[in-house]
Design a protein around this ligand. Structure first.
Ligand SMILES: [Zn+2]
Length: 454
């Protein structure tokens, strides 16, 4: 059984068929204009972002190399409408469409392609979470998993969460001589000159991984940088910036990293970036977070479950919130559940959001499994360490998690997953929960802009 797991992990890591490693997690194709709308597999993307300070415009030139395994109209996503679209050297254009279940909006190229490798060039403007001031500009790529289309597609052309691909970003702030800007981002950054940066992101990243925050150096607030000695011998650079007290963030960060490394292994990213200005709650990125002090532990935990071991789709998003909340609650046991059912992984295959019952019912479901495993002398927490080590840097689905927890626990969980997670007995069309969670309150447009200008 271990061999089988290892083999699956090798495929997912790209040691097998690399280009199509996670493509089997893409949503299904569907009928479009007497043909098919097809999901594609990005190989890599280069983004050239120009912040024009004088004209208050942010333009982006994108070059995406992708592989299509099916013929049809290719789907990707970008919320803004691109001003120029060139597919394999030919001018074309895009439209937005709804999936067959009307769950989300996608961008579709108005030209069919054959299976194989293709190149897509796009031009568009970024207007979301950009602030121009007298002393410079600020731009933040803030994301959320609790609303539709709130990942990287708000800022750059990207794919759905299933797709892991290499990203290269060039950033230039033009017309702001003498007004130096700083770029805080969770990739490998090279500063070429004042206001000019190049970033290479790890190839396991998806549309939900990138932390990106550009702002004037003079707005850096209280900034502390130090190295955290990882249990694997690395000295991990930690960068904390906030208008609040840095010392509290530093003390908490060290304590939380020690806890997480002891429980789940070495910190799985090359850096820790903490932007401590969220009005409340926080949001997780890969080895980075924009957070309040109170949510810091929850968000750094997500650098393991959520942003190193990553959800492949909306029906997978509940797991990292359930596990994170189970940790927040200090890993409780529960002999019996006090709810009938949920639809945590029972939404449409095209849905891209996390069901907010993940925090409450989802985490209670884990407490029930923990209780049953404990009765057999097994530990769910130890399982999560193993599970994390096997699947880190890959995208996971609920059926994969179900198979792994079933194997590790030898419990018969099929009926419980059907009832409590897939919602097979759940009332059809019952509304999604809309209650805000303290760790992840949805921020208003104004709050997001406040967060952008530090
Ligand atoms: Zn969370």
């Amino acid at each position: 059984m271990r061999l089988h797991t290892l083999f699956l992990a090798m495929i997912a890591l790209g040691l097998g068929n690399s280009a199509l490693a996670s493509y089997d997690q893409a949503p299904p194709s569907f009928t479009y204009k007497q043909d098919q709308a097809v999901f594609i597999d990005f190989d890599d993307a280069s983004y050239d972002i120009s912040y024009d300070f004088s004209n208050k415009k942010v333009s982006v030139n994108t070059l995406i190399s992708f592989t299509a395994s099916k013929a049809g109209y290719p789907i990707f996503d970008l919320v803004a409408s691109p001003s120029e679209v060139i597919l394999d050297g030919q001018n074309t254009y895009t439209e937005t469409i709804k999936d067959p279940d009307q769950q989300t909006t996608l961008r579709i190229i108005q030209q069919t392609i054959a299976p194989g490798r293709h190149q897509l060039q796009l031009k568009h403007f970024i207007t979301t979470n950009v602030v121009f001031g007298a002393a410079g500009l600020a731009s933040g790529f803030w994301t959320s998993d609790l609303n539709d289309r709130r990942y990287l597609e708000q800022y750059l052309p990207t794919n759905l969460e299933f797709d892991q691909y290499k990203m290269y970003v060039r950033v230039n702030v033009l017309g702001a001589e003498g007004l130096p800007h700083v770029l805080k981002t969770n990739g490998n950054v090279t500063q070429i000159a004042e206001n000019s940066f190049e970033v290479v992101f790890p190839k396991f990243y998806t549309a939900s991984s990138v932390f990106f925050h550009l702002f004037p150096v003079k707005n850096s607030g209280n900034n502390v940088q130090f190295y955290y000695p990882s249990i694997d011998g690395r000295l991990i650079p930690v960068d904390i910036y906030t208008t609040y007290n840095t010392e509290e963030f530093v003390v908490s960060t060290k304590k939380i990293l020690a806890e997480l490394e002891a429980d789940y292994g070495p910190f799985p990213h090359d850096q820790v970036i903490i932007y401590g200005n969220s009005p409340s709650g926080g949001m997780e990125y890969s080895g980075a977070t924009a957070t309040s002090l109170s949510a810091l532990g929850h968000e750094l935990f997500h650098s393991y479950h959520a942003r190193a071991l990553m959800p492949a789709n909306g029906n997978a998003g509940w797991m990292d919130e359930a596990i994170a909340r189970w940790r927040d609650n200090k890993y409780p046991f529960l002999a019996k559940l006090n709810f009938e059912s949920t639809q945590l992984a029972g939404h449409s295959v095209w849905s891209r959001m996390t069901d907010r019952m993940a925090y409450t019912e989802g985490s209670a479901f884990l407490s029930l499994i923990a209780y049953r495993m404990n009765e057999k002398g097994l530990s769910l927490k130890l399982f999560f360490k193993d599970y994390f080590q096997t699947y880190k840097y890959t995208t996971v689905t609920t059926p994969l998690f179900q198979a792994e927890i079933t194997r590790a626990s030898s419990l018969d969980l099929a009926k419980d997953f059907d009832k409590y997670i897939y919602g097979k007995s759940y009332l059809k069309n019952s509304a999604r929960h809309t209650q805000e969670d303290p760790n992840h309150p949805r921020l208003t447009k104004e709050q997001l802009l406040e967060l952008t200008w530090p």
